[in-house]
Design a protein around this ligand. Structure first.
Ligand code: 13P
Length: 343
């Protein structure tokens, strides 16, 4: 492990107030989003869509790194340039999702475990040759009746720690993502409790696994009431609960926290991130930024519709979303102004 390389990568990813773009949807997830938008679910359409993203003009102004999926990192643009190379040429660091998705955790109904540790050392070596300098592994925790269990949490954070160790061994920065899902009817308070418990156990496992905390990125959920709870919270309440939870559980040695958007609208995700910054006035111990997937891509995907004539418009919308998220990262996002602009 070369600690300097890990630190340099983190520093470059988030320099100049940038964030990350998650474009690592698995084939199944990407196809589901295409189906919802009436786009044919083919290899070539997925290629065209990912090409649209990586060739977006000025993307690097607000994006320091983009997380790719295995299919994409092996793909080339129509002009025959590998997608990762397009990103590198544009000044954006390519990253790679290395988990292989979730399966039910045997013996524990309604809990999932993320797979992909077997052969990971070899896959990381291959991705590194393709240009990846950081990686992502997503663990999924649901809140519901009798879940999460202690075993469900332990199994997932243990896998995250083993993944992180393999990444650091290969000088690849691990994004450690323990996602507490938004679905459910739990309260904001319950989400805070569960998120805090998961993060505390995660950092204990990272410690036991001899992870260099200065060479990781944490990708957590924001603390929010369940989507079916009916509980309405303001951005200020969500930001306050999220920051309190993180301050209680994430060591200051961690250089950066980059949130997932988890199905929030772009406007909500940006407003919540913004509120964290306006409340804390620059006094947080970590870089606090975004690693959104849907909250950056949604408007672009809807505008593209799988049609070449819409590419420029879709790229403009993607760029605008990255700009709005970057403004939120500085506490300089104004919902009213944005709402007016997007009309
Ligand atoms: P969302 O922002 O759409 O949740 O995606 C981010 C991500 O990478 C989830 O693993």
């Amino acid at each position: 492990m070369n600690r300097e390389i890990l630190r340099d990568t983190v520093q470059q990813l988030f320099a100049n107030n940038k964030g990350l773009l998650a474009m690592d949807e698995s084939t199944g997830t990407c196809n589901r989003r295409f189906a919802a938008a009436g786009i044919p679910q083919t290899l070539l359409m997925r290629r065209d869509y990912r090409e649209l993203i990586v060739t977006t003009p000025r993307l690097k102004e607000y994006i320091g790194g983009a997380i790719l999926y295995d299919e994409t990192i092996r793909q080339q643009t129509k002009a025959g340039v590998p997608m990762a190379e397009v990103l590198m040429n544009a000044g954006i660091i390519p990253g790679i999702k290395v988990d292989l998705g979730t399966k039910p955790l045997a013996g524990f109904p309604n809990e999932m475990i993320t797979e992909g540790l077997d052969g990971l050392r070899e896959r990381l070596a291959e991705y590194k040759i393709m240009g990846a300098r950081f990686a992502k592994w997503r663990a999924v925790i649901s809140i519901g009746d009798n879940v999460p269990t202690s075993m469900g949490i332990e199994a997932n954070v243990h896998a995250l720690a083993r993944y992180a160790a393999l990444c650091q061994e290969a000088d690849i920065v691990p994004i450690v993502e323990p996602e507490i899902l938004m679905s459910g009817n739990h309260s904001l308070r319950r989400c805070e409790e569960v998120t805090e418990m998961v993060l505390k156990r995660l950092f204990y496992q990272l410690y036991r696994s001899r992870i260099d905390l200065e060479g990781i990125i944490l990708k957590p959920n924001m603390v929010m009431a369940g989507a079916e709870s009916g509980e309405q919270n303001t951005s200020e309440e969500i930001a306050e609960a999220t920051v309190r939870c993180l301050l209680n559980s994430v060591p200051a040695a961690v250089p950066a926290i980059a949130f997932l958007s988890g199905g929030q609208s772009p406007m909500d995700a940006d407003a919540h991130l913004n509120a964290m910054h306006t409340q804390s006035k620059g006094h947080l111990p970590w870089v606090v930024t975004f690693s959104f997937g849907r909250a950056l891509q949604q408007p672009a995907l809807a505008a593209w519709k799988g049609n070449t004539v819409n590419i420029k418009k879709a790229q403009r919308l993607l760029y605008e979303q990255t700009k709005a998220a970057a403004a939120a990262r500085l506490g300089d996002f104004h919902r009213e102004v944005e709402t007016e602009r997007w009309k």
